[in-house]
Design a protein. Sequence first.
Length: 524
Amino acid sequence: MVAAHAAHWHRNALFGTPVKRTSLCESCSPESTGTLGDSEPFWSPDGKRLAFSIHVGPLDTTRAAACRVFLARSSAAEGNALTQFTFSDSAIIHDYDPSWSPLGDQIVFDRHDRRILRKGVPGATSDTSIYLVSASGNLNNPGDVTPAVSPDGQWIAFSRNDSGPRHLYKVPITGGAATQLTSEADGVDYYPQWTDDGNWIFFDRQDGMSYQHHLVYRVKSNGDSLQAVFAPPAGKDAATPGVTPDAAVVLFGFGTHDSTDSNSPRDVTTRTMDLGTGAGTLISYYADSSFAAKGPDPLLFPRLSPDGTRLALRSKELWAVRRNMSLPPQFTQVGTQSVADSTTIVSINLKAGLQSTIQVTATDAESDEISYCAYFLKSGMSFDASTRTLTWTPPGPVGSTDYVRFEVFTPSGGSDAIIAILHTVPAVSPSALQRSRAADFRVLSPNPTTGVFAVATPFISGVIGELEIFDVTGRRIAIARSASGGILQWNGKEAGSGRAPPGVYAYRIVLGPISKSGRFVVAR
């Protein structure tokens, strides 16, 4: 096995022990109250939580309970409590397939097999409203399903029912016209999974409509270069593929195909295949039926964590694997900003028409070799991996926003990623503007405050203001953004967590080339 996977055998040999993250009914009828929902799990960008679905509430006329999206901690050390994320008063509304934006602020899901929706994550954003992204079909004819957010957080790939066959599409996360990516005449394409560079989308294909064999395919994110990745032997399925952060290994459920929906053997287990060798050699994991699924739709959904070191999968329960390989690398610096391991985004202002450079730095606990990459580069951007430096002269217009994904890898498969949100600001003299506008900042909250901290900012055309909150150790615990001329406000909570404890906190406000810093006290 090592010889066949010399470049990255660690990830194949060292998957750890699965830990059950739910305590649901395994003996109940499928889709009844208290059973796991028929959807994939999805990791949060920091790897600390999993989004999935559970059937809750009374049964409807089809003997199914409403399905809702829930969140769970991926590690039992952080507790076993489940948090409900979506709600509806209707017993016939079902929410499936949550996909967490890599920006950390939204989860996208499909509702009742025909609408793609997005909702803000409490604690990560103040806007937790639900917005429609795309829709097709009706109550009797399923439409848009199985969304997956792109690695830069700007697109959603999904499956659409085109009067029989299902094809893959993509649509901007804010909604709009959808672009078709696959177009086979007779088949089912669904459960798309992006590669971290945004170039490829892996997906599950059934040739000849439902109850047919599951195969692993991929297509370029622009719809080009459709390829069969793995076709299982007769009588077998390869379903719901995932892919490692460095796109070297594909994972999927593999087992006996059941075309009759009988009580087939529960033998669909996790398999990995090295994409580099092309030999098609599969390595099997978790043969115990506790971690397995069964046909006719072997929806096991093996999904690797964003850092490439842990696996989540679902059968009748949700499981998350303990890390059992070398620790992943970690970004420590992006431009002038120090970042913690839990940081998933940084915001950087760049002056229109002036060349800017952003250098990134990462470390690895075992001193493994680190490779640096930058994805989603715009026209005129260049990235030098040897110096770890992005160079760009923003052409404008002032007020535009661009996203670059920095990522690092080690040979064992560990990775770390961080998204730089680049704001183009006016190229004005910082010293002159600082003198004339710094006094226009007004702190609106009392000091001490009971939790909320708010600052009114002066208006500068096209500039986005940013408020950062730091604890006494200098760790950034929250960030808020708003157009200049408005109010920047912290809600008193740590990003991705609960209320911040009482104590002394520092703040930093950045508004284009001007800034203001200070301290305040939180008293509960």
